[in-house]
Design a protein around this ligand. Structure first.
Ligand code: HSE
Length: 438
């Protein structure tokens, strides 16, 4: 029997408990394991979660779970750094395996947590920390183990995708779409994490760590959110044949890996452009397998619970088969041959190249376009197309420029120079563009 204790009886805790109780038979038939949910701890044990638990299962005594000699797996589902980190470290030091859905914790403190787990010979499962129900961690760790991963990229924040979809479909502004997301309960407690790209960056740091055998490097992920995107930008992008999506991108080349989260213009006919609402989609490109794509629900009680339970089962199998055997950072038993990972350095955002969409805000006067294009030309940025609508002499109007591939370094310098021109009325927005160069 594998005894499990859950800490945190919120949305994901409830989904996990429901799956463990209601799907107990099928889980046992498939895995040969008797997974026994022994205790669930939460500060609030009065609130109804719409699930019937056996008497005595619910408790406020978290320490009781962490110190229970019969519990093999502690499942942390409270989220945040404090006190989750403390609970997890205590559980590890008590030689308990840990399963968590806590992306912020793994992305920022995961190196310390995994080192501690390795020291104590226990496993930490965090499948549920990225893209909810999509088993993307297992895919990278196991299904694609034979590949050098060339790129991992996609939509891994449902809330910002919902907001951009609403803005695109209904022509509404960002603030109204955010209010709607909050009303529907999609946004994180602090919506900043969703809309400023922080939640996506947490998840990208986790995926990149597994794909490239690098430490969790959240601080090195370039993060830019969707708050400056207007319905006008979405309209211009549409005219140019693109949609705007918040993409998380990890791409390797020449021993370096780019880690970036930012709004991205994606050609309308690409699959990722059609991923709408709260759904997530992730591409993984392997050198042997080529392009692979995974799509599904990135959040919610049951999808995330499904991922939590899959980790519990994996760990349960190892407990039964290999009691006490040490595990490595990838969760692969150390009895397997040690890996000799290539070591990737992280590329700075200044060193990437892309095509760019620029929204300049300039006074509508003769000669302005040539001034702006002159500065772009001076910095080796070649123009692919230009849009300027309407005529409002003397007023500030948006001037849209789409570039060919350029260096981000040059873009930064050019925009700085253009924003100092007296004919420019507001800060320039630029969005990186994916797709084939025309
Ligand atoms: N706030 C997250 C999202 C929830 O919108 O995708 C799942 O991590």
């Amino acid at each position: 029997m594998v005894n499990v204790g859950i800490i945190g009886f919120g949305t994901v805790g409830t989904g996990t408990a429901r799956i463990l109780l209601e799907n107990k038979d099928i889980i046992s038939q498939r895995s040969g394991l008797d997974i026994n949910l022994k205790k669930i701890a939460d500060l609030n044990i009065k609130k109804s979660r719409g699930i019937k638990l056996p008497k005595g299962m619910l408790t406020t005594d978290t320490a009781g779970i962490i110190n229970d000699p019969e519990i093999h797996v502690v499942v942390e589902l409270i989220g945040g750094i404090k006190p989750a980190k403390d609970f997890i470290l205590k559980a590890i030091r008590n030689k308990k395996h840990v399963v968590t859905a806590n992306k912020a914790l793994i992305a920022t403190e995961g190196n310390e947590i995994l080192a501690e787990a390795e020291k104590h010979g226990v496993e930490v499962g965090f499948e549920a920390s990225v893209a909810g129900g999509i088993p993307i961690i297992k895919i990278i760790k196991e299904g694609l183990i034979a590949n050098r991963i060339l790129a991992v990229y996609g939509i891994i924040n449902g809330t910002s995708n919902y907001i951009l979809t609403k803005m695109t479909d209904e022509g509404i502004e960002f603030s109204d779409a955010l209010k709607e997301a909050q009303r529907l309960g999609y946004a994180e407690a602090d919506p900043t994490f969703d809309i400023e790209g922080i939640d996506s960056a947490h998840k990208l740091a986790i995926l990149a760590s597994l794909a490239y055998d690098i430490p969790f490097s959240f601080n090195d992920v370039y993060k830019e959110g969707i708050t400056r995107i207007t319905s006008q930008d979405i309209g211009f992008a549409g005219e140019l044949g693109y949609k705007i999506k918040l993409l998380a991108i990890a791409k390797a080349s020449d021993g370096k890996v780019e880690l970036r989260v930012h709004p991205t213009m994606v050609p309308k006919d690409y699959f990722i452009s059609k991923v709408d609402g709260v759904f997530n989609a992730i591409y993984v490109q392997g050198d042997a397998v080529g392009d692979t794509l995974y799509y599904g629900r990135g959040a919610g009680d049951m999808p995330t619970g499904s991922a939590v339970v899959s980790d519990i089962v994996d760990i349960g199998k190892k407990i039964v088969k290999c009691q006490g055997v040490k595990v490595s950072r990838r969760g692969i038993l150390e009895t397997l041959k040690p890996r000799n990972p290539e070591t990737f350095k992280i590329k700075k955002i200044e060193d990437i190249e892309a095509m760019y969409y620029f929204r300049f805000t300039a006074y509508d006067k003769p000669g302005i376009l040539s001034k702006i294009s002159g500065v772009l030309g001076d910095h080796d940025i070649s123009i692919a197309s230009v849009i300027q609508k309407g005529r409002r002499v003397g007023e500030a109007v948006p001037l849209i420029v789409l570039s060919h591939t350029a260096k981000e370094k040059d873009v930064i310098k050019a925009v700085r120079e253009i924003d100092r021109l007296p004919v420019v009325a507001d800060e320039t927005l630029y969005v990186r563009v994916e797709g084939k160069e025309e």
